[in-house]
Structure formats: C-alpha cells, structure tokens
Design a binder for this molecule. Structure first.
Ligand code: 2HA
Ligand code: ZN
Length: 269
C-alpha cells in the first residue's frame, strides 16, 4: 500500500474516534473526562511516521506486554474531554509507540498529551487480542447511564442474567451483540486487577464487559463497531426501563422467538 493510502486510512480511523467521541458526549455517557478510547494503528504506520522522533517519555506501562512490542496506538489523553476530542482528536489524544521489551512507551505525535489513566487496561487488552490473533483493533471505555444503573443490583450482576434480559427486549440486540454482556465486580478504576479481570472476562468470549458501578469496556474491529455494540445493549436497557416506568414488567421475546432469531442469524445459542 502506498504512503498516501496509509495516511488516508490512518486519518479515517482517527476521524472515527472523533465521531464516536461526539456520540458519547451527546448520549450523556461522557461527563467531564469520562471514558477512553485506544486504537491499534500499527498497520497504517509508514516509514515517514516510523522515523518521527519521540516527543515525550519513555514511560512505564506497568505491565510487560510482549505482543504489542513495536506497535503504535492512538490514545485519548488523560484528563481530556470526549466533547473536546470530537472537535480536535490530535489535541486531546496522541500517538504512542511501544518500545522493545513491551514494558514502556513513548509519545510520538502530535503533542505530548499523556494517554488515558486506563492505559494499562487498554494496552493489556490489545496485547491479549494480538496474542490470540484477533482482528480487533479498537477498545472503548464509556459510562452508559442505564447499563451502569443495572450493575447496582446483585440480580443483574449474576452471569448472563442481564444478557438474557437485554437480548429479549428487541431482536437487534442479540443480532448485533451476539456474545452478550460480561460482568466484572467492582474494582478500583485504572488498577492492574481490573485490567486482568477484564481480560479474563473477554476471554470467556464477550466483546463487551461491564465494570460494576463504573462503565463498559468494549472491543471490536474498529471504534464504530465497538460503539454500536454498547449502543444496542444500552438501548435494550432503556426499553426495559421504559416498560417498568409504564408500570409493568416487560414480557421479553419468548425462548422460541430467541431460538428462531439465533438460527436465522447464525448466532450462538
Ligand atoms: O478516563 O473513565 O475510568 C476516565 C475514566 C476512567
Ligand atoms: Zn471510567
């Protein structure tokens, strides 16, 4: 691929981050500096970018991550707002490269914006994804109101109880979030423990993981697809709440309707 194609594709991935950041703000999922996005952009990095000098660092990641050694990421900046990133992704995020050894990174472009506080979780997840040969290149963390509200109840934190309810609210949800919603009990934000629990849950074959009383962490091929999975799940939570606030328990699609949908779309049971 030519350098111009690479640059165009790299720009288009960063433009998608800006577009999604705008949606997160509009949905009320990104108060203050809430949420973060990290994209593995290695495949679009050309020799010109590779030759760029470091502008800050090296910094320790806090983990040793062998599969992302030499990889490049676009990361939202720490303390930066999604609503600002939507207008100016390179002023509110930066491109980093992981140094040989996979334990440190340096900031390369455009300015020394230090990456998100959740960087260890994001990079550990990218390391896990590359290690298993996944085509997923995007990770998204956000605070969707109704999904976070669900995690304040023990009932919904039980394995796949929320998944089954959310899938049954509207056929699209299982079709477009076919692995459902994994649950991670409350842990300190930004901790290595939370990063490890997130990876364990993704490895149980979820693309979207709930952090109890905090937010979601979603992975997919690109940031738009990761956003779509969270969006369909949260839409289902809103339908559930709308029914409850009309004074009844929603019926949900029946097991026979779910089974018919799963076989029509080739979805897991
Ligand atoms: O980056 O949402 O969990 C802000 C957060 C941390
Ligand atoms: Zn958060």
């Amino acid at each position: 691929m030519s350098i111009l194609d690479n640059r165009r594709l790299l720009k288009s991935e960063i433009d998608k981050v800006a577009e999604v950041a705008g949606y997160l703000w509009e949905k009320g999922w990104a108060e203050r500096n809430g949420g973060n996005i990290t994209i593995n952009v290695t495949e679009w990095v050309d020799d010109g970018i590779r030759a760029l000098p470091s502008i800050a660092g090296p910094f320790e990641i806090g983990f040793t991550l062998p599969h992302i050694e030499g990889c490049w990421f676009y990361c939202k900046g720490t303390g930066k707002r999604m609503r600002d990133l939507a207008r100016d992704p390179m002023g509110n995020g930066s491109i980093i490269r992981i140094l040989p050894g996979g334990a440190r990174y340096e900031i390369v472009a455009d300015s020394p914006v230090v990456p998100t506080s959740e960087l260890p979780s994001h990079l550990a997840v990218h390391n896990y994804l590359l290690g298993k040969g996944s085509p997923y290149r995007a990770s998204l963390h956000t605070h969707p109101i109704e999904l976070v509200a669900l995690t304040h109840s023990r009932k919904w934190m039980e394995r796949d109880v929320a998944t089954r309810m959310l899938w049954s609210m509207i056929p699209e949800t299982k079709a477009f979030c076919p692995r459902g919603l994994g649950m991670v009990p409350y842990m300190m934000p930004s901790s290595n423990e939370l990063a490890e629990a997130t990876i364990r849950t993704l490895d149980e074959d979820y693309d979207v993981v709930m952090w109890e009383k905090h937010g979601v962490f979603a992975v997919d091929t690109d940031v738009m697809s990761a956003f779509d999975q969270v969006d369909v799940l949260n839409k289902s939570a809103q339908i559930y709440i709308a029914a409850r606030s009309m004074g009844f328990d929603p019926e949900g699609m029946s097991p026979a309707q779910m089974a018919e949908l799963s076989s029509a779309f080739g979805l897991p049971k």
